[in-house]
Design a binder for this molecule. Structure first.
Ligand SMILES: Nc1ncnc2c1ncn2[C@@H]1O[C@H](COP(=O)(O)OP(=O)(O)O)[C@@H](O)[C@H]1O
Ligand SMILES: [Mg+2]
Length: 328
């Protein structure tokens, strides 16, 4: 049976499937990763002079992954909070509690991750920086803050309170072997020039590259420079991420349809992809529920199309899938 549930299980995004298990699996930035590991290990000798690390660098280089891997390696609990979450006020209060709780002889180790602190809306959330500073002061556990860019003068005190560790964008030397290895495991034939092109275009953002690669290779199990060109050559709006962005943000059915018509990816794969990503794109539970039900509805059509080979139904499925999500 071809059902919504089996769809849900059938595609795992490569970004989660190939997430680094240990800090040694993190490609590139060897010195920075070692420095971070040393700092984490130094907690076994008591609270170090800097109780917090600011791990900064561009998107998709492994900031979140390396933190998760370090906690896993040590068998610690990871308390992971996205600081840009709308409800960061409440959440920060909770973190403050967790961070300052004295550990007992029997309690498990703990690592606290305040992810994407630069996403804090400082205007709306004026107390946030002061609260985080307080958490840094009080914490009994290693605290890692991540950021792309801490340009705002208001976050300067945060920078100063932390040990700063930079993760740089991945270049060809570290990126190419990582991508090749993943494609090998997926049985996708790829041309090195295509991979170089992706690393260059996406500025070493491994998350975007893996997402794009998964979609591009979904049809033919191969990846060429032409495929990559198709994705981003003429116009960035042809990128699958532009497609998704339009689908998830546009309020009009027309623009969502247009987005789909210009995308050159396996349509079924695109559907699964939207399904996988919807929870991240649509944070409001009510809207997500509506979008999911639109997706489930269009999945019924996909199922019927495949069973009965009635391909004329495809346009209905696509309409439901894009229109339904866009208006949710
Ligand atoms: N240095 C890296 N080594 C291996 N995989 C990586 C690396 N950086 C990113 N990835 C892949 O990209 C995904 C997103 O990385 P993430 O840690 O969330 O990046 P960031 O937090 O810096 O934006 C990961 O799940 C992993 O699959
Ligand atoms: Mg991250």
């Amino acid at each position: 049976m071809h059902s919504f549930e089996t769809f849900a299980m059938s595609v795992e995004p490569w970004t989660t499937k190939y997430r680094p298990r240990t800090s040694k699996d993190v490609a590139g930035n060897k010195t920075a990763v070692e420095k971070l590991r040393d700092w984490v290990e130094s907690w076994s000798k008591g609270r170090p002079s800097k109780a917090a690390v600011l791990l900064y660098g561009p998107a998709g280089v492994g900031k979140t992954s390396v933190t998760e891997a370090l906690a896993r390696e040590r068998g610690w609990d990871l308390v992971e909070i996205n600081a840009s979450d709308k409800r960061s006020g409440d959440i920060l209060a909770k973190v403050a509690g967790l961070a300052s709780t004295q550990s007992t002889l029997f309690s498990k180790g703990r690592l606290i991750l305040l992810d994407e602190v630069d996403g804090i809306n400082l205007r709306a959330d004026q107390g946030a920086v002061a609260t985080i500073l307080q958490i840094i002061k009080d914490t009994q556990y290693p605290l890692i803050l991540t950021a792309n860019d801490l340009w705002d003068p208001k976050t300067r005190p945060l920078r100063e309170a932390c040990l700063q560790i930079e993760l740089k964008r991945l270049g060809v030397r570290d990126g190419l072997p990582l991508l090749r290895n993943i494609l090998n495991q997926e049985g996708v034939k790829a041309n090195d020039d295509a991979l170089r092109l992706m690393l260059d275009r996406d500025r070493g953002d491994i998350r975007s590259i893996l997402n794009d690669m998964q979609l591009l290779s979904s049809r033919h199990r191969s990846l060429t420079v032409d495929d990559v060109d198709l994705l981003s050559g003429r116009d960035r709006t042809e990128s699958i991420f532009e497609v998704l962005r339009v689908i998830f943000n546009s309020r009009t059915v027309a623009s969502a349809r247009r987005a789909l018509s210009i995308s050159d990816v396996d349509q079924e794969m695109l559907f699964q992809w939207i399904f996988e990503n919807a929870p991240y794109q649509i944070p409001k539970p009510k809207e997500l529920e509506e979008a999911m039900s639109a997706l489930a509805q269009s999945d019924l059509y996909f199922g019927r199309i495949k069973r009965t080979q009635s391909w004329h139904l495809l346009s209905y499925a696509l309409d439901l899938m894009t229109a339904g999500v866009a208006v949710a």
